[in-house]
Design a protein around this ligand. Sequence first.
Ligand SMILES: Nc1ncnc2c1ncn2[C@@H]1O[C@H](COP(=O)(O)OP(=O)(O)OP(=O)(O)O)[C@@H](O)[C@H]1O
Ligand SMILES: [Mg+2]
Length: 172
Amino acid sequence: MRNLTLELDSLERTDFAARQMAPYLFQGSILLFWGEMGSGKTTFAKSLCAGLGVHPEKVTSPTYTLVNIYQAHCPVFHVDLYRLTAPEQLHDLDREDLIADQGITMVEWPELLQDYLTDEPALNLRFTTVSENQRLLVLETESSEFDILFNTMEQQISFDQLSDNSLSGNSA
Ligand SMILES: Nc1ncnc2c1ncn2[C@@H]1O[C@H](COP(=O)(O)OP(=O)(O)OP(=O)(O)O)[C@@H](O)[C@H]1O
Ligand SMILES: [Mg+2]
């Protein structure tokens, strides 16, 4: 298990962190966005998509559509399961409606998705609201396929601490 905590002290910092992470996502990766309403899941997804080359205006919250599909260098599935209340509601959907095996999948409110997941490389992103403009993001994975992503984010944090600018975070 590997984890890393990022202090997202402003919208700009959130945008920067997500865009920095985007190049290290790969086809078949599944990102699970955990956290209460307003904790920044869609905001982060939007900047990740921007980093993948999707125009930010195309990225909207899929709360009502369940799944939005964007085209980057590969398909990006943006899923939001907030409106589902029971796992059975997922059974009307095929796995390929929700998970892009040939693309990148981002899932907000992923609690009910667990049954669909087996041994895919999954990255957990756990968002917490600290104050109106501050969020805490804990990245967590059991998959070594995200090693380069973690190494890069850790290096950036060390660099930020050395240069003592405000883009700080802590490696855990
Ligand atoms: N540092 C920050 N990082 C991310 N969002 C922030 C930050 N500071 C303020 N915000 C604001 O918090 C809100 C986060 O809303 P967002 O829709 O991204 O949350 P969400 O987790 O997707 O909620 P929901 O569960 O309803 O889908 C936005 O209005 C955003 O502008
Ligand atoms: Mg959202």
